[in-house]
Design a protein around this ligand. Structure first.
Ligand code: SAH
Length: 474
């Protein structure tokens, strides 16, 4: 180990910063965040620091460094390029035993500044022993991605019960097992999702059980929960960080045809996968059956991810699933996803709104519950708006006919985007007058989105090759 890792308590302790530029400002920010009283030595100060001084949060103690400034300091940071000054401060600090860091100069420092992940109160410090700061930053980015943004919430939640758990379980091993169960299980899940009341209730139930004085009903297995997660339009890179994390932790993943294989591949390898979509030649699993399945899985104590294409609450019947789960007393968390309209528009380079062409954008379903298409045609045929139609493939001839009958010129641009954002994406661009024939020729059979309006004509201004490359990250 190159250095000895510790976390310094600086609350209300004094810290000295030498230097007045941007690097000094960054260090001052950190010191203030840790509760230190910051004094500054600098010839001149930049705008940010000047503001902190004006606000009384930093004390500008002088322009020139004198060794006496070190009296009573718990830490010194030198953020100045002046080599002579660096050497003087470092020497003076070491003589007095004050920890000193000279930015980017390990030879003059008695401690190094790690890369930091700050999820208050959880702090993770990363060091490569000064050998590869860029690698430390990369590791930090990876940890940032892996940790839920709300992990701090979990720590604060645990603190509330720390004393009580210690009193109840006096054996350290029992306590350790208990906390493992809390963090890995439903309590952790609930606390991370922000449902503190349910988390508290469940923790107390588990604590009672561990104490061994449970009643019969307490002995029922802990109930799981369901996360209704938006899988986005297909490209796995478009998953949210939260969706990705949940996919890595789920016991069971319930998905349908709209979820792309790329997204499904992001799931934990040994998670159980349940397909509830329509298979060729078979009936679709009914919504009622899906609801019942979700309820049963949660009751069996599973952590369930119900993956839904796009966003779960946009034409996804997510509302019906929430209703059924809530009625059954099961905790639900909704994680939004990128809906097909946004994914396809981005992929095709179609601006959904535009100051010159479309002041509004309407999302409608071309299919309703009973298969009929009772749309408000006069509203949809209004000029200066973009109309996005989900589930439009079958109704396309009727859609084009109705829109022209209600006043849209048959030259109005229209795009059909099939399997948008995936490697299999196909796009057909035409007009209300031509699209029916074009669609027939293309024989679309994947999920297809329809975008209508003047903005569609702007898509051609983006070069296809470039877009493809940017999607695969070249
Ligand atoms: N909840 C989903 C929509 C479900 S309705 C969402 O927010 O995107 C199903 C319809 O969504 C499909 O008929 C199609 O119109 C559209 N759709 C979903 N994914 C798509 C994709 N990758 N490309 C094109 N259309 C898509």
């Amino acid at each position: 180990m190159q250095s000895f890792p510790v976390f310094l308590s600086l609350q209300d302790r004094r810290a000295l910063v030498v230097g007045g530029g941007d690097p000094a400002a960054r260090k001052i920010e950190l010191l203030l965040a840790a509760g230190a009283q910051v004094s500054l030595i600098a010839e001149t100060v930049g705008g940010e620091i000047a503001q902190l001084i004006a606000d009384g949060r930093v004390c500008w103690a002088g322009r020139r460094f004198e060794a006496e400034e070190l009296a009573g300091m718990s830490i010194v940071i030198v953020a100045s390029d002046d080599a002579l000054l660096q050497g003087r401060v470092s020497h003076a600090a070491q003589v007095r035993g004050v920890p000193v860091n000279v930015v980017d100069t390990p030879a003059l420092s008695t401690f190094i500044m790690p890369a930091i992940v700050d999820r208050g109160p959880i702090t993770i410090a990363i060091s490569t022993g000064g050998m590869a700061p860029a690698l430390a930053r990369k590791l930090r980015a990876e940890i940032e991605r892996a940790l839920p943004a709300t992990i701090g919430r979990l720590a604060r939640f645990a603190e509330i019960f720390r004393a009580q758990v210690r009193r109840t379980l006096d054996e350290p091993r029992a306590r350790r097992l208990f906390w493992d169960r809390i963090f890995d299980g439903r309590v952790g899940e609930l606390a991370l999702a922000g449902d503190e009341i349910a988390a508290r209730r469940e923790l107390i139930r588990l604590l009672d059980l561990s104490r061994g004085d449970s009643t019969r009903s307490d002995r029922a297995p802990a109930q799981g929960m369901v996360h209704l997660v938006g899988a986005g339009p297909g490209d796995a890179d478009l998953l949210t960080l939260k969706a990705h994390r949940l996919l890595q932790r789920a016991d069971v993943i319930v998905y349908d045809r709209l979820v792309s294989p790329e997204v499904l591949a992001m799931a934990r390898r040994d998670a159980e996968r349940i397909f509830v979509g329509k298979r060729r030649g078979h009936h679709a699993v009914s919504q009622q059956e899906i609801n019942d399945r979700l309820v049963a899985l949660a009751r069996a104590g599973k952590s369930v991810v119900r993956l839904k294409g796009g966003d779960p609450l946009v034409f996804g019947r997510g509302g019906e699933e929430i209703e059924a789960l809530t009625a059954a007393g099961i905790a639900v968390e909704v994680v939004p996803g990128i809906t097909a309209a946004l994914g396809c528009a981005a992929s095709a380079g179609i601006p959904l709104t535009h100051r010159d062409h479309a002041q509004a954008c309407v999302f409608v379903a071309g299919h309703t519950k009973d298969g009929a298409m009772a749309l408000d045609w006069p509203m949809l045929a209004r000029p200066r708006q973009t109309v996005v139609i989900y589930m439009a493939a079958e109704g396309l001839p009727a859609i084009a006919r109705q829109l022209t009958q209600h006043g849209l010129p048959s030259s109005t641009p229209i795009a059909l985007i099939e399997n948008g954002t995936t490697e299999r994406e196909r796009r057909i661009v035409g007009t209300l007058g031509t699209i029916e024939r074009q669609a027939m020729r293309a024989q679309l059979d994947g999920p297809t989105l329809c975008i209508i309006g003047e903005v569609v004509a702007l898509a051609a201004t983006i070069d296809r090759e470039f877009r493809f490359e940017s999607r695969i990250g070249l």
